[in-house]
Design a protein around this ligand. Structure first.
Ligand code: ACO
Length: 320
């Protein structure tokens, strides 16, 4: 079975930083409450950047680092629930800006915060049937556009940003993955155009509970599939929704929290953006060594969950 190899990553965050103190000017909240309940200190809200701009910037970086050009891309997927347009898709706007080839299909994928993991799985299945060797995968959101800034239970949690990866399939890639869905409209939802109320709504405790039910179980299943133990994994890259969820997952798995990468403090929850943004930060910091095992763990609206356990591979100078 084909696995994926990640050849290059990129990220783009809006310039405007919004601190907890800034939000406390608008809603009845405070820095202490937000930090202790979520781990978030600040997030980025777009003032003028579009999602297309963030997606294209992160994609260009990923392509540059992978050493590939637009002409090498055979598949383009954008995971998002907050695209610039309902149609054409976000991926089509990226396709246009990057002048991707016409035989490169481009489409959006909606799986909430698990979107990037769904995109990776889709690429693993589709890419061998495409005409060109690489897929461009983007996860990104402008959630500030669908969050009610007067609702203190949601406006403190979310942020804007995008991350991207260029991947190829490889028979030699050690890659194990898992996706799941528990259809549930009430836990976390945002209405379509014309429907109201227009904002994102969430039952925080239900989502919290869902994450703790599914994420540790998913991690164990992935380890079983790979024949590995929890200690064989060098890095856990969880969806950044809440530090308390990450800490609880680490505790349930009996894995030191230091093995879980976290940046929620700086960006909040960027939904489909959190995992590619984290991967890019980690790659930039040189945290990945060839041969290391990495486990990405996502969950979100849908309700959906997804995980990928893979061995980091050295990128050959000239990929073919
Ligand atoms: N500041 C101050 N007080 C607040 C705030 C705030 N920003 N928000 C809520 N409160 C109050 C509530 O009104 C409530 O007050 P009351 O007791 O007087 O009624 C009190 O704090 C406790 O509220 P809870 O909702 O019980 O707080 P909880 O400890 O559950 O924390 C939170 C809320 C942070 C949302 C938590 O439930 C959570 O993180 N859930 C998971 C959410 C999540 O991960 N969402 C995204 C995942 S899916 C995805 O990524 C798309």
């Amino acid at each position: 079975m084909n696995g994926l190899q990640i050849l290059g990553t990129g990220r783009a965050l809006p310039a405007h930083v919004v601190t907890n103190h800034d939000l406390a000017q608008r809603v009845d909240t405070n820095d202490e409450w937000i930090v202790s309940r979520t781990g978030i200190r600040e997030r980025r809200f777009s003032q003028k950047e579009t999602l297309t701009e963030l997606a294209v910037t992160s994609a260009r970086l990923a392509m540059e680092r992978a050493g590939v050009t637009s002409q090498d891309i055979g598949l383009c997927i954008t995971a998002t629930v907050s695209p610039d347009y309902i149609t054409p898709s976000q991926a089509c706007l990226v396709h246009q800006q990057l002048q991707l080839p016409e035989d490169c299909p481009a489409f959006d994928l909606s799986a909430g915060c698990t979107g990037f993991l769904y995109a990776m799985e889709t690429a693993a299945a589709m890419l061998p049937r495409m005409n060109r060797p690489y897929a461009l995968l983007i996860g990104g959101e402008l959630l500030s556009r669908i969050v009610d800034m007067d609702d203190r239970s949601t406006c403190i949690l979310f942020g804007d940003g995008a991350g991207a990866a260029v991947v190829k399939t490889s028979e030699h890639a050690n890659w194990y993955s898992l996706l799941g869905t528990r259809g549930n409209q009430e836990a976390l939802w945002a209405p379509g155009p014309g429907n109201s109320p227009a904002y994102l709504h969430m039952n925080g405790q239900e989502v919290f509970q869902f994450a703790l039910e599914t994420v540790p179980a998913m991690a164990r299943t992935l380890l079983e599939k790979a024949g590995l133990s929890k200690d064989d994994v060098d890095w856990y890259v969880p969806h950044q929704a809440n530090h308390r969820i990450v800490a609880s997952v680490a505790k349930r798995l009996k894995v030191p929290l230091e093995k879980f990468y976290e940046n929620i403090e700086r960006y909040g929850n960027t939904s489909a953006g959190t995992i590619p943004i984290a991967l890019d930060e980690m790659a930039e910091q040189g945290l990945f060594q060839p041969g290391q095992w990495v486990m990405c763990l996502g969950f979100g609206a849908g309700l959906t969950w997804g995980g990928a356990l893979f061995q980091w591979q050295e990128k050959k100078e000239k990929e073919s």
